[in-house]
Ligand binder design. Structure first.
Ligand code: SAH
Ligand code: SF4
Length: 392
């Protein structure tokens, strides 16, 4: 971890409201849900389809938050909408920008809870890493989020809202009447922030439906990657009901080590997990699965591990993403040496798998993989407790 201070940290005081009592938040409703809500609010059924299309475009294509700006709707109808609905995204409490351009947003959701969202700019594209839960019920021993108890699941609106607030900050909404700029700053979304997305399945699914809708945020299902620690019963459902790309936090090649690193392995072990993964590409009609593998010095990084890994996944179309361990205060592990990571990558590569080593981004602002943790639940476990849980 780099010791340097963040380049900028500015507290934004944007006039965004948390949902007010009584009003329905449009953000996060699927098309069907919004249509039903519009009818319930008094929209004549015959007009509902058209109104839905108009509102959808204002909210998700143009990023408009105020009904009075929806100029193709009548004045009375706008007043009705304003009375019954709101267009609310979570509030950005602070924004930090790393030396490498990575942006980390601390986002406040209803109830005063906080999650983190990270934007990683790359050449001609950018990836937004979003959270699905405040904290996590799982306790992977190398993950900072895992030291924070689950506070609650995010709603679909709070998940979609993270994409919208990033576009606000990056100035990425097209202006009505002006030519559209085709460069996408947020070109990809990864569900790799705080939380286990498959333990909040319905909200994640509905949010991704909105994000993938081709008349709004228009990110195709191949630009969305959901990362799971291995919630086996929900994997087939992810293929069928979301159809996005899948990444799996694999991290170990024996059940003994995986039990310690990713404790959900005690429930669904490597064999069970691999069986579910084998079916995913066919069910989701996607090319390959990303196996995430965090490189922990002396724990899972030997040549024998690399060989076991390629043997285990034989037959599954896959890419292996090697993640050098990102340290956090009190972490009971160290990052593998660079030569070790390269030797591991080499074995995997020679076995015929792409094996990119993920360059840590935003480390100086604690925005890299596994470093996210909000202060919502302040009673962090002590370094001693964490080490004990990891069996060290
Ligand atoms: N809960 C989901 C998604 C969030 S984590 C999951 O576990 O898959 C995104 C990735 O970062 C996961 O592969 C996770 O295991 C990994 N990760 C967690 N802590 C890390 C750390 N300290 N250094 C590097 N990667 C880490
Ligand atoms: Fe939760 Fe994922 Fe961290 Fe494990 S790695 S504790 S599942 S966020």
């Amino acid at each position: 971890m780099t010791a340097s201070a963040p380049i900028t940290q500015d507290v934004l005081t944007l006039p965004r409201k948390l949902p007010e009592g009584g009003k329905i938040n449009i953000v996060g409703l699927t098309r069907d849900q919004l249509r039903a809500a519009l009818i319930a609010a008094g929209t004549p059924e015959k007009q509902a389809k058209m109104r839905l299309g108009q509102i959808w475009q204002w909210v998700y294509h143009f990023g408009i938050r105020d009904f009075s700006q929806m100029t193709n709707l009548g004045k009375d109808y706008r007043a009705l909408l304003d009375e019954k609905f709101e267009i609310a995204v979570p509030e950005v409490v602070s924004r930090q920008i790393s030396a490498d351009g990575t942006r980390k947003y601390l986002v406040r959701i209803a109830g005063g809870h906080e999650v983190e969202t990270v934007y990683i700019p790359e050449e001609n594209r950018g990836t937004l890493c979003i959270s699905s839960q405040v904290g996590c019920t799982l306790t992977c021993s190398f993950c900072h989020t895992g030291t924070q108890k689950l506070v609650r699941n995010l709603t679909a609106g709070e998940i979609v809202g993270q994409v919208m607030l990033a576009r606000d900050d990056l100035g990425e909404w097209p202006v009505p009447g002006e030519p559209k700029d085709e460069t996408r700053l947020v070109s990809n979304v990864v569900l790799m922030g705080m939380g286990e997305p498959l333990y909040n399945f319905e909200a994640v699914r509905d949010a991704m439906k909105v994000v993938m809708d081709n008349e709004g945020l228009t990110l195709s299902r191949r630009r969305i990657t959901l990362s799971t620690s291995g919630v086996v019963p929900e994997i087939a459902r992810t293929a069928e009901e979301i159809g996005c790309l899948l990444a799996v936090s694999f991290h170990a090649t024996t059940d003994e080590v995986r039990d310690r690193l990713v404790p959900i392995n005690k429930r669904w072990n490597i064999e069970t997990l691999l069986a579910a993964l084998r079916d995913y590409p066919r069910l989701s009609n996607s090319e390959r699965i990303t196996f995430e593998y965090v490189m922990l010095k002396g724990v899972n990084d030997s040549d024998a591990d690399a060989r076991r890994l390629v043997k285990l996944i034989a037959g599954i179309p896959a890419k292996i993403n090697l993640i050098p361990f990102n340290e956090w205060p009190g972490a009971p592990y160290q990052r593998s040496d660079w030569e070790r990571i390269e030797a591991f990558a080499d074995i995997v590569y020679k076995a015929g798998y792409a094996s990119p080593i993920r360059t840590p981004r935003g480390e100086d602002i604690m925005a890299a993989c596994g470093q996210l943790k909000s202060a919502t639940e302040r009673a962090r476990k002590s370094a001693k407790d964490i080490a004990a849980e990891a069996g060290l």
